[in-house]
Design a protein around this ligand. Structure first.
Ligand code: SAH
Ligand code: SF4
Length: 355
């Protein structure tokens, strides 16, 4: 497998390709023009293009399947050079803008949900990605290329704002080096210029790696997939909770450097009859006391073969109201793309059958 040009920061490419102004041009082709091949790079001399083509590929991903939902969500199945596949999702959200006169206006805002691994080692009992086990880490270039590929496919200009959430397949902190490299490449001024503030790393709670990510000081946000308020249930849902229990996660979150205006997001997957009662809501309030937190409630999204069920809307709303009445910010994630196999791993499963 040849490396992709997207595996490297601009500085790293400058150490490999001379003269360095060519790297600036190549960067423009990669991240402003979304070039697909060396032939696209018209202002690069043919001899250099041929030399580069021997060593690198431009974009290591191919779109093999695409499902569009009525709400504007588009789910992509992407294939890598070794034939393995993973998912990325294009999410359309609405942002309300208010001008000085108090007039409000709705503007479309986009978020890309990216994968960091093929499969996952964490093995959560509710997650379809976990069912196929772990195949391999994605390279930094394969992470970066998901954003380039989706922006290109949606004619989204390089300088239009985009948010990235690392919430696709895999556990980002289990692939920390490549994740950190991808975050750095996204931030490059001559590239996509996506600041850390626009990037959110979602983790199942590897507390020691949360500390490591914090030490790297990349300016990103974190989202913690908490899902349970006691270690017994959490260990049933997320087996590695035995090694990284709730308390160790909360302590790691308290040490994490966050922008003082921002909050740490706690994701809480609600499963009928498991964690949807107000007793759990009460414990959650206690657990998050003293943290600038925001809770995002997620409906469990069932798939064939699972024993878990989707909670009722009434229970979901009652849970949310309890949290809000006790001083916590709380949203219910609207099930984006529910008609297109929304939760992670579900398009891959549908397209390829048994994983
Ligand atoms: N591994 C990381 C990021 C990827 S999973 C993590 O666990 O945080 C992204 C989100 O999808 C997690 O919050 C996870 O709980 C959620 N998810 C997994 N399976 C789901 C399902 N069947 N229904 C709804 N959400 C699900
Ligand atoms: Fe891995 Fe996240 Fe799925 Fe758990 S929920 S198996 S950590 S991808």
């Amino acid at each position: 497998m040849k490396p992709s040009l997207m595996d490297f920061t601009q500085k790293e490419l400058m150490a490999q390709i001379k003269p360095s102004f060519r790297v600036k041009q190549i960067y423009g082709w990669l991240y402003h023009q979304y070039a697909e091949s060396f032939d696209d790079m018209k202002n690069i001399p043919k001899a250099l293009r041929e030399e580069l083509a021997k060593k690198y590929v431009v974009n290591p991903l191919k779109i093999v399947n695409k499902e569009e939902s009525s709400d504007g969500t588009i789910k992509y199945l992407l294939q890598m050079q070794d034939g393995k596949t993973m998912e990325a999702v294009w999410l359309k959200m609405k942002e309300t803008l208010t001008d000085e006169a108090g007039n409000t206006q709705q503007e479309a805002k986009y978020t890309i949900c990216v994968s960091t691994q093929v499969g996952c080692k964490v093995g959560c009992s509710f997650c379809l990605t976990a069912k196929g086990g772990f195949t391999r880490d994605l390279t930094a270039g394969e992470i970066v290329a998901q954003v380039v590929t989706l922006k290109r496919d949606n004619n989204h200009k390089h300088n239009r704002k985009i948010n990235i959430v690392y919430m696709g397949m895999g556990e980002p902190l289990d692939n920390l080096d490549n994740l950190a490299k991808a975050i750095e490449i996204f931030k490059e001024d001559d590239g996509l210029c996506i600041s850390g503030k626009r990037q959110t790393v979602s983790t199942s709670g590897l507390s020691t790696k949360i500390d490591k990510l914090g030490e790297m000081d990349l300016g990103v946000h974190i989202a913690i997939s908490l899902h349970a308020v006691d270690d017994k249930l959490r260990s049933e849902l997320i087996p590695m909770n035995k090694a990284h229990n709730i308390n160790s996660i909360i302590e790691a979150v308290k040490r994490f450097p966050i922008d003082t205006r921002k909050r740490v997001m706690f994701e809480y997957l609600v499963i009928k009859g498991k964690n949807d009662d107000l007793g759990s809501a009460r414990k959650l309030v206690k657990l998050l006391h003293g943290i600038k937190a925001k809770v995002n409630l997620i409906y469990f999204n069932p798939y064939p073969g699972t024993d878990y069920n989707r909670p009722s809307r009434d229970d979901m709303v009652a849970f949310q109201e309890y949290l809000i009445n006790h001083g916590l910010l709380c949203t219910i994630r609207d099930s984006k793309g529910i008609d297109i196999s929304a939760a992670c791993g579900q398009l891959k499963e549908k397209s390829e059958g048994e994983i």
